[in-house]
Design a protein around this ligand. Sequence first.
Ligand code: ZN
Length: 342
Amino acid sequence: MPFRDCIGHQTSIAFLQAAVNHERLAHAYLFHGEDAIGKRLTAIRLAQALSCEQPPDAESLDSCGACRSCRQIDARTHPDFFVIEPDREQATQQIKIEQVREIEHQIMYHPLVGERKICLIDDADRMTIGAANALLKTLEEPPAHSLFLLMSSRPAALPATIRSRCQSLRFTTPARTQVEAALILQREIPPADARFLAIISESRIGEALTADVKDVRSRQQELVDLVRPQSLQSIGSILSSAEAIAKADRAQDMLVWLARWIRDLVLIQIGGDRDQVLYLDDLTTLEAYAKQANTDLLLELLREIELTEQRATRHLNLHMALEMILLRLRDALTASSIPLPA
Ligand SMILES: [Zn+2]
């Protein structure tokens, strides 16, 4: 699949196409922007476009997605295309000097099939100092046929010397509507699910495309059950819910869902755009709470959840944190005075 499946990055793509058309493609680019928004996919599509054996359009750079080169790049078996990335199994997730040295060695030789040797470095900011220094040597005198594509969501963490050797391309997060449309088309899911995934992923399309709809919907339901007036009425039931969630090791995740729900509530209270509300299915309850909830306390709770997430290490007792937050939520919602539905 060529460039058209890179959702929301038309400007960056047009820029790269123009650079190729004018024979001004740099030897190194730094694609930077949030995680999971399509930087890596765009880099792969660029590598395919530059190596394609049957380009679909002579005027504008793109790939066919089906020829041997395109398929080999997808499968990472193309002899002139290399990927360096951190070992995701390792806790430190570093890119080591040996990884860079190996590619460096390969990239010196002429391309075997096409005109270029292309090296994609994902999460480039995770290079060790040794790896970065090794790469810098190559970037200072890159072989004429080489193209380095560095991806980073934390470009400031890269050595300035590396950044200055790369042309920078900023990738912005695609619009929610673009993500929704792509999800409906590519995943063939109902619009309500597409909207839901687009919101919870904050338009990070890479995440939305792979999320398990059934799983996230069931977690949403779990939260809805947790914050029902019936559930919040008795302190005993709050404590036992918190215990069950903590025992299932789901406290941290539940806090994320809770923060989303509180945000919805505040949004309704301040008369914000309903289109931004995540828990649309639960609007009646949200509106009932919104009438009497204490906004100051809700905002404080959001801050509290954020701090808990930042502190979330093995040393923090998440069970206690969840319990405390739920009890304070109960106060903020004055839940005990909400009439139970008939
Ligand atoms: Zn092709």
